[in-house]
Ligand binder design. Structure first.
Ligand code: ZN
Ligand code: ZN
Length: 367
């Protein structure tokens, strides 16, 4: 099946507004009133379905989590039904099968969190707003109006399944299938809780305090057990996953836990040596330029990179040097350089092997 984000032509972290705009634009182009071709109609269906899913925060989270998220719920009980139809009641494989529980584990949820590079160095705190399901306060997850309780199903007498004897080539075979009246629960809720309509949980907006550890990187998923949706009928909470995105920084980039940047140095400083005071993400740093430093030299400042994830210590700051050739000289400066040149006749340009590794490597790594 086509990816919903691709169908709408938006990125995976598109805002609700961007999704709406993309849908409107495509709808204007593909709506059957405007474009009667069969292809347009097919695409319009896909686009509309993609929009339905992505415009609903719950469904979008679900979709982002991927196919395995829904498996535990729908997929497994589906398998159970098939299992029961083929083998149920015949003993053996199924083992002890009773009525199924209304109580299920809640769904996992996924949230995207953007952090700045300086927050990655030491970690960050966020109070995240989450649209989720919480246990119904009226019934405490029992699904019943307070003072009432589920009653045993008359049809299956509480077993949750209906046994039938079927004639087959192998003789009479006992089969069992889930009871249609109680949907296999063995009990019926005669007076459902009004607040939650008998679900045992309600939708709510909740604030989840989150400590993002130092050292995280884009694409990392942090699991927060029990911070997902409350399950139906008082079931345990699912987990909350935080997917990290580290924002682009104009100066610093990252290589593992090392931070990279380029320092431009005047020709005079490069020749004579100097101490360059630079503003790093975590405060000022003195970068020592030895006399004669060359373009593409890398100066490593130990321990001023990113804190290792769930460890101690930090990576390094690696500073690539770029020596600037002066371009505007006044008369006096020109004379001085000419004097300098006249004493350096031996420094005529010489050919050497093309140094692939030198500056291009530095540049590639830093972009
Ligand atoms: Zn309730
Ligand atoms: Zn029943």
């Amino acid at each position: 099946m086509a990816d919903h984000y691709e169908v709408l032509g938006v990125s995976r972290d598109a805002s609700p507004d961007e999704i709406k705009k993309a849908y409107r634009r495509l709808a204007r182009e593909l709506h059957p009133d405007v474009n009667p071709s069969p292809e347009a109609s097919e695409r319009f269906k896909l686009v509309t379905h993609a929009y339905d899913v992505l415009s609903d925060p719950q469904q979008r989270q679900q979709y982002d989590l991927g196919p395995q998220a829904g498996f535990e719920g729908a997929g497994f009980s589906g398998f159970g039904d098939i299992f029961e139809t083929f083998f149920g009641g015949a003993g053996g494989g199924g083992g002890q099968r009773g009525p199924r529980s209304r109580r299920e584990r809640g769904q996992d949820a996924l949230l995207r969190v953007e952090v700045d590079l300086d927050e990655v160095i030491f970690g960050a705190h966020r109070d995240l707003e989450v649209d989720t399901a919480v246990v119904c306060e009226t019934c405490g997850g029992s699904c019943c109006q307070p003072g009432t309780a589920p009653v045993t199903c008359d049809i299956c007498h509480g077993t949750g399944s209906i046994q039938r004897t079927v004639r087959s080539l192998l003789g009479n075979v006992m089969t069992s299938s889930p009871c249609g009246t109680c949907r296999g629960y063995g009990t019926v809720i005669a007076t459902p809780c009004v607040t939650c309509q008998g679900q045992g949980r309600v939708r709510a907006r909740r604030t989840v305090p989150v400590d993002i550890p130092a050292g995280v990187d884009t694409g990392l998923r942090l699991q927060m057990p029990g911070s997902g949706e409350a399950g139906p009928a008082g079931g345990t909470n699912g987990d909350l996953y935080l997917e990290i995105k580290v924002r682009h920084h104009d100066v610093f980039s990252r290589d593992g836990d090392d931070l990279l940047c380029t320092l431009t140095v005047s020709m005079a400083d490069a020749v004579l040596g100097a101490t360059a005071k630079v503003k790093a993400l975590d405060g000022d740093i003195d970068v020592e330029l030895k006399p004669g430093v060359q373009s593409a030299d890398v100066i490593t400042v130990k321990g001023r990179g990113i804190t290792h994830l769930r460890g101690s210590g930090r990576g390094d700051l690696r500073v690539g040097v770029q020596v600037l050739t002066p371009t505007k000289l006044d008369r006096k400066e020109r004379e001085l350089i000419e004097q300098f040149a006249s004493r350096h006749h031996d420094d005529a340009p010489t050919l050497a092997r093309f140094q692939q590794g030198l500056f291009s490597k530095l540049r590639d790594r830093f972009l």
